[in-house]
Design a protein. Structure first.
Length: 95
C-alpha cells in the first residue's frame, strides 16, 4: 500500500512540474486602480492554493489539538477515579 501511495505522489509531482514548466508566462494583476503586478502563472496558482489551504489546515490542527487535550483529560479523570488496588492489581494467583 505504501508503494501505491508513493507512486501517486510522484505522479502528482510530475504533473505539477509539467504544468508549471509549460505555463511559465507572466500574468498581470490589477490590484487597485493604478497598481499592477506581474507574476508568473504557476507562482500565482501556488499562492492562491496556499491562501485556501492554510486556514483550513490550521483549523483542523487546532481542532485535533483540542480533542486530544479533552481525551487526555478524560483519561486522567478516569484513572484518578479508579480504586488504588484496581490500578496495580495483577492476575489473581491460582490456588
Amino acid at each position: 500500500m505504501q508503494f501505491l501511495k508513493t507512486v501517486f505522489w510522484v505522479l502528482v509531482a510530475v504533473i505539477v512540474v509539467l504544468f508549471g514548466s509549460r505555463n511559465w508566462s507572466d500574468v498581470t494583476l490589477n490590484l487597485w486602480s493604478d497598481i499592477q503586478a506581474d507574476i508568473k502563472l504557476p507562482v500565482l496558482l501556488l499562492i492562491v492554493f496556499l491562501i485556501g489551504f492554510l486556514p483550513t489546515w490550521l483549523i483542523m490542527r487546532a481542532r485535533l489539538w483540542s480533542h486530544r487535550r479533552r481525551i487526555d483529560a478524560m483519561e486522567r479523570n478516569r484513572l484518578a477515579s479508579l480504586p488504588p488496588e484496581a490500578e496495580t492489581q495483577g492476575p489473581e494467583p491460582a490456588l
